[in-house]
Ligand binder design. Structure first.
Ligand code: SIN
Length: 296
């Protein structure tokens, strides 16, 4: 039987690569896996097309990378606690992930990556944007880099997933997000991380889950955080991926941001997401609660 070699085609000048010549429904041979892993590290997000996987095959693919890091807020696919459902029904107006963010940055050990498989896609719209935070960091001035080098930032999830958070306030979110009581932890990560696998310096704050610089109030943090976000959102650090059923995006949560566009009102979009475990980002440290003066 002939073997089609796996191939890697860069997707944009900023980030992303399309992988072809591989069938993810089966275990990946070691030489192919090495090529795919290198592409993941080189490009930050890798895309596959026409991979019609069963939930079991999706889980098996994820486990070839790392143990699964089950998301505690998303509703799971029935019978598969490892798979989070990213769903928008025709009558729902809000979507999940509709703003720039990094999955799980609110965890002490953030998830290494997320493997999103498209099940049902709208006839048009519903693309996902990705941005490369290593490139964003590289383009900062030397003065800004020196300023950020010693800073740490506090990340949390209560304002998004908590009982008074973004999702709880939306009336059309019932059944999609739950377990609000688990949204208590705040963690501290360096503002510039050294990527655990590539060693590349990378900006590690994001508009959704970063609350403030550690030791600064929210008000004091706002200006510098917004400056960094405006910089990182520049089109030259980003790409845009259009989905079809069977498309997969596998992104590195330590290297990228992503943003699910909500431009398909009245249509269903259903995606299955598995997050896989990462390794500690030194010198990240857990803190139990925000100082009162800094939390508002
Ligand atoms: C997510 O934010 O994990 C979901 C992204 C998407 O649905 O495109």
């Amino acid at each position: 039987m002939s073997h089609t070699p796996v191939s890697v085609a860069p997707f944009s000048s900023a980030l992303g690569a399309v992988i072809s010549g591989v069938d993810l429904s089966r275990p990946i041979a070691a030489p192919d896996f090495a090529v795919i892993r290198q592409a993941f590290h080189d490009h930050g997000v890798i895309f596959f097309r026409d991979q019609i996987l069963t939930p079991e095959q999706h889980i098996a693919f994820a486990r070839q990378w790392a143990p699964i890091d089950i998301n505690r807020f998303f509703k799971a696919v029935p019978g598969y606690p490892e798979i989070a459902e990213v769903r928008k029904e025709p009558e729902q107006t809000t979507n999940i992930g509709g703003g720039w963010h990094t999955d799980h940055s609110y965890d002490t050990v953030p998830a290494m990556g997320s493997i999103l498989l498209a099940r049902e896609t709208p006839p048009s719209g519903g693309d996902t944007l990705f941005a490369h935070m290593g490139r964003a960091y590289d383009a900062l001035s030397e003065g800004m880099k020196r300023t950020l080098e010693g800073l740490q930032a506090v990340h949390g999830s209560a304002h998004i997933f908590g009982d008074k958070g973004h999702h709880a306030r939306k009336t059309d979110n019932s059944g999609r997000i739950g377990n609000e009581a688990a949204a208590t932890q705040e963690v501290v990560h360096p503002v510039v991380i050294r990527h655990p696998d590539t060693g590349r310096k990378t900006l590690y704050v994001n508009p959704a889950f970063t609350l403030r610089f550690d030791g600064w109030t929210m008000q004091e943090s706002e200006g510098l955080l917004q400056t960094l976000y405006r910089h990182a959102m520049k089109p030259e650090f980003s790409c845009r991926f259009s989905w079809a059923p069977g498309s997969i995006a596998f992104w590195d949560n330590r290297a990228t941001w992503h943003y699910a566009l909500n431009d398909y009102q009245g249509q269903r979009r259903l995606m299955h997401r598995i997050t896989v475990q990462g390794s500690p980002i030194p010198p990240a440290a857990s803190v139990s609660a925000a100082p009162q003066s800094a939390a508002h």
